[in-house]
Design a protein around this ligand. Structure first.
Ligand SMILES: Nc1ncnc2c1ncn2[C@@H]1O[C@H](COP(=O)(O)OP(=O)(O)OP(=O)(O)O)[C@@H](O)[C@H]1O
Ligand SMILES: [Mg+2]
Length: 497
C-alpha cells in the first residue's frame, strides 16, 4: 500500500453561508497523478485553493506528510512543498519572463540581484516547456499559450512535493500538451505528486492514475482511470445521460456575407482570401501561432491591415476599430477571457450589456430590460452564480467564459467570430454552446469558428480553413474533412505554406 502524502478529511467550504464544498475525504498517494473533474462551478478550484492555502476551510482537516495543517496561507503551503499553477494567470505584464518566474524568490549575489543566474535557470526551465520563449521577453507580448507556459515554469522554479495544476492545457494545443505530459511523467518518476484538473476528459484518462468526480460540491466517486471511460466520466459529472453532443449541421446558403481578399499584416498574415456564407459555421483550424487570432483581430479592427480588401454583402468596408466592427454587425468573442473578454469587477449584467448598451438606452439605461436579458442567458447557458449582482471575480473560470460569450452575443451580430468558445467549459455547457451556435446559423448568422479542438470543428462545420504560420494552407469541404487531413495541412505536410 502506497503511503498518502495528503489526507483530506471531511473538508467543507462556505462563502457567505453558501456551501460550495461538502465533506470531501480522500487520501492522495505519493507519486500519483490524481485527477479532479466536474462541471463549471462544481468546486474544483475551491478545493485546490484550500490545499494550497489560499482559502481556509469551513470544516474539516488536512494532513500533509502526516502532519496536520493548522495555518492556511500560500507561504506555509509553499514551504511544505505544495505549489499551485492557477486557472487564471497571475503574471505581471510589464515585467519580463524571468522576472515573473522568480518574483518573490529572486536569486541574490550579496545585496544585488543575480540576473545572470536567474536568466540561466529560466532558460533551463523553459527549455523543458517551450523553446521559443526567451527569459527576457516581455509578458505583454506573449500569446496566451506562452503565458500558460510561464505559469508552469513559475511553479517549477520551486522544489515541489505536491504540484497542483488547475486546467493547464485549456490554452495549449497538441505538441505543447505532449511536452507537458512528458514533463509530468518525469516529475512523477521523481516522486512528485500531481493533482490535475481538466475538462478534457480524454487527457484526464491518459495522464491520471485516479480521478475524483465532483458535482455541486459533493464528492460523487473516485475511480482508477483504467476503469472509467470518457462517457462514464461525463455522465457521473452531470448526474444523467447526456444526449447527443453535436447538433445536426446547418446547410449554409449560397449568399456570401463576408469576403476577404489578399489580406496581409506585416509579419503575421500573408495573402489571406476566403469567403463566408450566410448561415455557415466556417471552421478555422491550425496550430498555435498559425495566425487565426491575428486574423480575427484584423477583421474587427484591433490590428491594422497592410493590404487587402474586406467586403460585407459585396460592399468594401473599412473597419478601423472594434466600434466600427459593431456598426457593421460583426462581433468577436476573444480567446483571452481575462485580458479582453470581461471586466471582473463588474457584475454579470454590467458585462453582458457592455457592448450592446445603446440597445438599452432611451435617455436612461433600462435596467429592467438589462436584468431580463441577463436572466435569459443565465438560463440558456446554465450560468452558476450566487446572484445577478455577484462580481465576476467570484465566478468559477468556466462561468466567466459563459458570461463572455453572452456579452458578444448580445450585440446581435450578423457575423460572429468566436475564438476558442468552449475553452475551459464543461461537457454539458459545451453542448449548450454548440446548439446555440447552430441555432444562430439556422437564423442566418454567419460564424467564424476558431478552435484547436478538431473534434468540435468536425462536429460543427461544413467547411474548414486550415492555417499555418500566417498563411492559408487549405480550405477543405465536408467530404475531405478528417482529423488526419486537417493535421497534414496544419503542419505544412500538405498544401502551400
Ligand atoms: N471567493 C468566492 N466568493 C464567493 N463565491 C465563490 C468564491 N470562489 C468560488 N465561489 C463559488 O464557488 C463555486 C465553486 O467554484 P469553483 O471555482 O471551485 O468551481 P470550478 O469547479 O473550479 O469550476 P470551473 O470549471 O468553471 O473552473 C461557484 O459557484 C463559485 O461561484
Ligand atoms: Mg475552476
Amino acid at each position: 500500500m502506497a503511503e498518502p502524502i495528503l489526507q483530506i478529511k471531511g473538508i467543507s467550504k462556505e462563502f457567505s453561508k453558501v456551501r460550495v464544498l461538502n465533506n470531501i475525504r480522500v487520501d492522495i498517494e505519493r507519486g500519483e497523478i490524481f485527477g479532479i473533474i466536474g462541471e463549471n462551478g462544481a468546486g474544483k478550484s475551491t478545493l485546490i485553493k484550500i490545499i494550497s492555502g489560499i482559502y481556509v476551510p469551513t470544516e474539516g482537516e488536512l494532513y500533509f506528510e502526516d502532519k496536520k495543517i493548522t495555518d492556511f496561507n500560500p507561504q506555509t503551503a509553499r514551504e511544505l512543498g505544495i505549489n499551485l499553477i492557477p486557472q487564471e494567470f497571475n503574471l505581471i505584464n510589464e515585467l519580463n519572463v524571468f522576472e515573473n518566474i522568480f518574483l518573490g524568490k529572486e536569486y541574490q549575489k550579496s545585496i544585488l540581484l543575480d540576473k545572470k543566474k536567474m536568466i540561466k535557470k529560466a532558460e533551463d526551465l523553459l527549455s523543458m516547456l517551450q523553446k521559443e520563449i526567451k527569459p527576457t521577453d516581455k509578458i505583454q507580448d506573449l500569446s496566451v499559450a506562452k503565458k500558460q507556459m510561464i505559469e508552469i515554469a513559475k511553479a517549477l522554479a520551486y522544489e515541489s512535493k505536491l504540484l497542483i495544476m488547475d486546467e493547464p492545457t485549456t490554452v495549449l494545443t497538441g505538441s505543447e500538451i505532449e511536452l507537458l505530459f512528458k514533463l509530468m511523467n518525469r516529475l512523477k518518476k521523481k516522486g512528485v505528486t500531481i493533482i490535475y484538473i481538466s475538462h478534457k476528459l480524454k487527457e484526464v484518462r491518459e495522464i491520471c492514475d485516479r480521478v475524483m468526480v465532483l458535482r455541486d460540491g459533493e464528492q460523487i466517486e473516485i475511480e482508477d482511470t483504467q476503469n472509467i471511460d470518457e462517457h462514464k466520466m461525463a455522465t457521473s459529472m452531470v448526474g444523467r445521460e447526456l444526449s447527443q453532443v453535436f447538433p445536426e449541421k446547418n446547410q449554409p446558403s449560397q449568399e456570401t456575407v463576408l469576403k476577404v481578399e489578399n489580406l496581409s499584416v506585416r509579419g503575421l498574415l500573408d495573402d489571406i482570401s476566403f469567403d463566408l456564407k450566410k448561415g455557415e459555421i466556417l471552421g478555422f483550424a491550425g496550430l498555435v501561432g498559425a495566425g487565426r487570432t491575428e486574423l480575427a483581430e484584423t477583421l474587427i479592427g484591433i490590428r491594422k491591415k497592410e493590404s487587402g480588401k474586406i467586403f460585407i454583402h459585396g460592399k468594401e468596408v473599412h473597419i478601423k476599430n472594434p466600434t466600427d466592427a459593431v456598426k457593421h454587425n460583426l462581433a468577436y468573442l476573444s480567446e483571452d477571457r481575462q485580458g479582453t473578454g470581461i471586466i471582473t469587477s463588474f457584475d454579470m449584467t454590467g458585462n453582458i450589456t457592455l457592448n450592446s448598451l445603446r440597445d438599452y438606452c432611451k435617455v436612461l439605461i433600462n435596467h429592467k430590460k438589462e436584468r431580463e436579458t441577463t436572466k435569459k442567458y443565465v438560463e440558456s447557458f446554465n450560468i452558476k452564480a450566487a446572484s445577478l449582482k455577484t462580481k465576476l471575480e467570484f465566478f468559477s473560470g468556466g462561468n466567466q467564459q459563459k458570461v463572455s460569450l453572452a456579452k458578444s452575443l448580445d450585440t446581435q451580430p450578423e457575423i460572429f467570430i468566436v475564438d476558442e468558445p468552449t475553452r475551459g467549459i464543461d461537457v454539458n455547457a459545451k453542448r449548450e454552446i454548440y446548439h446555440f451556435l447552430k441555432q444562430l446559423a439556422s437564423n442566418g448568422i454567419a460564424c467564424i469558428f476558431i478552435s484547436s479542438e478538431l473534434e468540435e470543428i468536425l462536429g460543427m462545420c461544413t467547411r474548414v480553413v486550415v492555417m499555418r504560420e500566417g498563411h492559408i494552407t487549405g480550405i477543405l469541404d465536408e467530404d475531405e474533412m478528417t482529423e488526419k487531413e486537417i493535421m497534414l495541412y496544419a503542419t505544412g505536410l500538405k498544401g502551400v505554406a
